[in-house]
Write a protein that binds this ligand. Structure first.
Ligand SMILES: Nc1ncnc2c1ncn2[C@@H]1O[C@H](COP(=O)(O)OP(=O)(O)OP(=O)(O)O)[C@@H](O)[C@H]1O
Ligand SMILES: [Mg+2]
Length: 359
């Protein structure tokens, strides 16, 4: 039985369908990240789970029982929002315990729950302060504390870190991961930050325009994107995508004389003359000494040292290519170069359907 199951959920606002049939089943303790660009329906789905919005059709089940008829208050779900709206005139202690107070939980029990949450979040020293006396990261911890004291079956997070600066985001991300490892509660977490998704998720659902484009582990999503959309969305810089044509046992790169060997695992999937998109991650490219290996002759256009990497933009005929190279690599602006890669790094996509040829 799934901890949380979303079955055929659809949502329309008037004639506009925002969710077009979402199916996900979560195991107990999973950390699911809903990843997608603005407007794809992430918050809508989260709000339906929380009971803040109503599905047009479909069902949401916790532990095998439908919760759609259950009042949001009684759903055994706690939600943390992007804007963590704390009560400004209440102390941290009362902010965290407020939900329990409203439910009529006894003072000593409340106190115990608040202290426990404060210990987990390492904000025990702040309990008697007001929100105005806290940093952004500390406020966000208080908002999480408010959810923690409820000890819910499922936590929902809607972009909880997006109001924080880069350094705090990173700290809180690690903090959330640590909390989840300790508590092992099922989580659904919304973000459009792919690094957050990759680092936190046990599985990622990449959403696009009201649908799930791919559902898989971070490793699957990153290494085996099911579509060109996922390949382009996850990873920075994005996966290189070269237009090519199958010619015998080679892939002829359009607009250039370059040819790559067609990896054997794809030979039965693509016919002679077929147009394909060749996907290669920037970090899979290396500088080659000569063209005896699988290689791409390029013109180097821009070389940027980011610190750990030399991000190199190059041209191959009319097409562009980015490589993330080790800092000592021999590349210079305006010169010819040769990139090589392992055949295992090659992905092929159908340009018409956008789907990957899965090997
Ligand atoms: N109450 C509403 N009435 C009409 N349309 C709505 C309503 N709420 C959301 N929408 C539309 O539904 C779509 C999905 O919205 P949603 O808030 O779920 O997106 P999101 O993926 O969370 O985006 P973001 O990353 O910007 O928060 C959007 O096109 C939005 O305009
Ligand atoms: Mg949203």
């Amino acid at each position: 039985m799934s901890a949380l199951e979303i079955r055929g959920v659809r949502k329309s606002y008037g004639s506009v369908e925002t969710l077009k049939g979402i199916d996900i089943a979560l195991q107990d303790g999973e950390f699911l990240v809903l990843l997608g660009s603005s407007g794809c329906g992430k918050s809508t789905l989260l709000n339906i789970i929380a009971g803040l919005a109503e599905a047009t059709s479909g069902d949401v089940l916790i532990g095998g029982r439908s919760i759609l008829g259950v009042h949001p208050k009684n759903r055994d779900i706690a939600m943390v929002f992007q804007s963590y709206a704390l009560y400004p005139n209440l102390t941290v202690r009362r902010n965290i315990g407020f939900g329990l107070e409203m439910r009529g939980v006894a003072a000593d029990e409340r106190e115990k729950a608040v202290n426990e949450a404060a210990r987990l979040l390492q904000i025990e020293a702040l309990l008697d302060r007001k929100p105005s006396q806290l940093s952004g990261g500390q406020r966000q911890r208080v908002a999480i504390g408010r959810a923690l004291v409820r000890k819910p079956q499922v936590f929902l997070f809607d972009e909880p870190l997006s109001n924080l600066d880069a350094k705090l985001r990173l700290e809180m991300r690690t903090e959330l991961k640590r909390l989840h490892q300790m508590l092992q509660t099922t989580v659904v977490y919304v973000t459009h930050d792919q690094i957050e998704a990759m680092t936190l998720a046990s599985r990622i659902a990449v959403m696009r325009d009201g649908r799930i484009e791919q559902l898989g582990t971070p490793e699957e999503i990153y290494n085996h994107p099911a579509t060109l959309y996922v390949a382009g969305f996850v990873g920075a810089p994005s996966m290189n995508m070269l237009q090519a044509k199958v010619e015998g046992a080679t892939l002829a790169i359009e607009g250039s004389d370059a040819r790559l060997p067609l990896p054997a695992r794809f030979r039965k999937m693509v016919g002679e003359g077929a147009r394909v998109v060749v996907g290669i991650r920037p970090e899979a490219l290396r500088v080659a000494a000569d063209a005896t290996v699988p290689s791409l002759p390029v013109e180097i256009e821009v070389v940027e040292l980011t610190g750990p990497e030399l991000v190199t933009s190059a041209r191959i005929g009319a097409q562009r290519l980015t490589a993330c190279l080790p800092p000592g690599s021999r590349v210079s602006k305006g010169q010819a170069g040769i990139f090589t890669f392992s055949e295992d790094a090659v992905r092929l996509f159908d340009p018409d359907t956008g789907k990957a040829f899965a090997s």
